[in-house]
Design a protein around this ligand. Structure first.
Ligand SMILES: CC(C)(COP(=O)(O)OP(=O)(O)OC[C@H]1O[C@@H](n2cnc3c(N)ncnc32)[C@H](O)[C@@H]1OP(=O)(O)O)[C@@H](O)C(=O)NCCC(=O)NCCS
Length: 160
């Protein structure tokens, strides 16, 4: 597996991974790709990719893209679900279903954090639903719950 920087050409993959992140639960109704990419609360995680201050990574193996993780800054007037401050970018991460559980997510997380550190970013935030096992991955990687964003989800922050 190789991890490289995400480029303009990865916009479609990142959109797919955003759809995976929104639809992480096997229960309940899935949101369509079209809806995820048009609803204001989700579309802004990827709209206009890449913005100047976006930072992302893609995992590849044998020419196939396995997943992606990226960071985006949000303004306080249009915050993401995991917003804590305008200078703290929010993480989105997704691995294509058939590649999960093989260490790709953990490697993507580490790679995006390394690049963030090199770019002078001091903290990363995210929002995760409590039932999503991704929460355990984040806890193991050093993210801490800073508040309960809703009865079902937490906002977490890692100080790099
Ligand atoms: C969350 C996600 C990115 C993790 O990527 P991954 O490649 O599956 O994760 P990894 O293989 O690196 O595993 C990371 C940890 O999660 C654990 N894990 C993996 N699959 C699991 C599963 N189905 N159930 C419980 N734990 C699991 C692993 O055991 C590992 O922990 P460990 O090393 O301490 O055992 C991926 O599963 C995914 O894309 N999920 C759907 C999108 C999503 O939920 N995004 C996050 C929204 S907040």
């Amino acid at each position: 597996m190789n991890i490289r920087e995400a480029t303009r050409d990865d916009a479609g993959l990142l959109a797919d991974m955003l759809v995976e992140a929104v639809n992480w639960s096997s229960e309940g109704k899935k949101q369509s790709r079209r809806r995820v990419l048009s609803a204001p609360g989700t579309a802004h995680y990827i709209a206009g990719w890449p913005r100047e201050d976006d930072l992302g990574v893609v995992a590849e193996a044998d020419g196939q893209r396995l997943g992606a993780a990226w960071l985006r800054f949000f303004p306080p007037e249009k915050p993401g679900y995991g917003f804590v401050a305008a200078d703290v970018p929010e993480l989105t991460i997704g691995v294509a279903a058939r590649w999960r559980g093989q260490g790709v997510g953990r490697a993507l997380l580490r790679a995006v954090e390394e690049r963030a550190t090199s770019g002078g970013i001091r903290r990363i935030s995210l929002s995760v639903e409590r039932k999503n096992f991704a929460r355990k991955l984040y806890l193991a990687a050093g993210y801490e719950v800073v508040y309960a964003a809703s009865p079902d989800s937490d906002t977490m922050v890692k100080v790099l």
